[in-house]
Design a protein around this ligand. Structure first.
Ligand code: PLP
Length: 463
């Protein structure tokens, strides 16, 4: 057991001990507790300090440690809030999977939008963290738009100008910022169908109305987008041109050009979620759409959370023209700055010689995992082979056989220890069929094969 897990388990034991006593009861001495729980006195002291901070125990210097008075709530009545708040704007059903953590080691994680810890840039981040913490003025405030160093690095990766870059704490935050800054409550925001549920809840949070426009094998349908913008006057279109979540579709070059033309015709912004820009597998990662609109119709959002680690909450919004000032002002209104030490870590990592190696290693591993998943599907679930073999990203989009409900499959698979994504969460209105999303970033090849076996069993049973 590591030192910190010893402290954590001792905290649990001591909490139980305190809860079994009455307020004011004296706890045994540190030495007695150390003997009883087979821990060192230092570990006991650390556990007791944490319990004191949690107000479970109270320490009196020279007298000992006592069970603290319990802080019992008085059974408050919150029912007035139910009436006052009215109907919830954000669809909690969609938030739940977004807010999920990776889950226990006993689960096969085939529904996770990040990399498994073995593929994350843990060592690189740790080394960068040490260097960042040693920088002079490491804890000073940073400009609200981000440090000049990090903005330059992001700009270089995009072939953009540093002035076009606004640093944000991850792309979810960036999507929310763009949507609520550039549209008014009640406005329509066009989204692809199916789309990333995080964009839908960001739109809902900004009191916008998401309007679905279907995709085909080449990306968002430009003819239908034209009609949607004409009919609604919407000025925002949220889309993922590369390795879309959940479909894996990459927008074709011809379609990209058409979409930019439609945006120009209606004076709309294409909000490009380029979340998978570092997750190309087959060496064919498309350039961001940002480069295809010199006149500012494309706003691109990128993030390091996918390629580095989920808690690397650093992203960037790329934009041109007056909209950049609007976004910068809105960001400053939100928060003083993205924590400077985190920006320094990002800069250290992006500038390091090992970064390219890390990106290539992830690409290779994702390729092997994707292929293992495809192979397992063609062996165990041949009827459910995906329509798209994604050239990057993390997900496969699978259509269930007729009559099989996604919610039933997801539940049954979870009962058997396998997590897959419910396709219903990716549509904002009537879903054209039942789907599950199966992700290959967080499971090993063997786990993917084991997960697909269970999925095949489940689909066969619930059919
Ligand atoms: C398509 C897409 N966009 C954005 C995000 C949010 O990423 P971040 O961790 O940078 O907030 C996710 C995360 O799952 C995603 O799948």
């Amino acid at each position: 057991m590591t030192k910190s897990s010893k402290v954590a388990s001792l905290i649990e034991e001591l909490t139980r001990l305190a809860e079994s006593g009455r307020p004011g009861d004296r706890l045994p001495t540190t030495r007695e507790l150390a003997t009883r729980f087979h821990a060192s006195p230092v570990t006991v002291s650390r556990a007791l300090s944490e319990l004191a901070a949690l107000r479970i125990v109270r320490t009196e210097v020279g007298s000992g440690t006592f069970v603290a008075p319990r802080q019992r709530p008085l059974d408050p009545d919150y029912s007035w809030q139910v009436v006052r708040l009215g109907t919830a704007g954000i669809d909690a059903r969609r938030v739940e999977p977004l807010a999920a953590t990776r889950g226990g080691a006993d689960l096969l994680q085939l529904s996770w939008g990040f990399l498994s810890p073995d593929l994350q840039a843990g060592d690189l981040l740790t080394r960068a963290g040490v260097r960042a913490a040693r920088r002079p003025h490491a804890w000073e405030i940073a400009p609200p738009e981000g440090t000049p160093e990090l903005r330059r690095l992001f700009a270089a990766s995009m072939g953009a100008d540093a002035d076009d870059v606004l640093v944000v704490p991850g792309s979810q935050s960036g999507i929310g910022l763009v949507l609520r800054t550039l549209a008014e409550p009640g406005d329509v925001v066009v989204v692809e169908s199916p789309t990333y549920p995080g964009a839908v809840v960001a739109a809902q949070s900004a009191r916008l109305r998401p309007l679905s426009v279907p995709v085909d094998g080449e990306g968002l349908r430009a003819d239908l987008l034209d009609r949607a913008l004409d009919e609604t006057g919407a000025r925002l279109v949220y889309l993922q041109p590369a390795f879309a979540n959940p479909t894996g579709i990459t927008t074709s070059p011809a379609r990209r050009a058409e979409l930019v033309r439609v945006a120009q015709r209606y004076g709309a912004f294409l909000v490009e979620d380029d979340w998978a820009c570092d997750l190309g597998i087959d060496g064919s990662t498309p350039r961001a759409l940002f480069g295809e609109s010199a006149d500012g119709h494309v706003i691109t959002i990128r993030s390091l959370s996918k390629i580095a680690a989920p808690s690397m909450r650093i992203g960037a919004i790329f934009s041109r023209g007056p909209v950049t000032h609007r976004l910068r002002a809105a960001r400053a209104a939100d928060d003083a700055c993205v924590p400077a030490p985190l920006q320094a870590i990002a800069s250290e990592v992006l500038a390091s010689n090992d970064w390219g190696r890390h990106v290539r290693a992830v690409s290779g591993a994702l390729g092997r995992r994707r292929d293992a998943l495809l192979a397992a599907l063609s062996e165990h679930l041949p009827g459910m082979a995906p329509a798209v073999r994604p050239a990057g990203g993390l997900h496969l989009w699978l259509r269930l056989p007729p009559g099989v409900r996604s919610a039933v499959v997801v539940d049954a698979a979870r009962h058997r220890g396998v997590l897959v994504g419910d396709g219903a969460h990716y549509f904002t209105d009537e879903a054209p069929g039942e789907h599950v999303r199966v992700s290959f970033g967080a499971a090993t090849e063997a786990e993917l094969e084991a997960g697909v076996r269970v999925l095949a069993d489940v689909v066969g049973t619930v059919r």
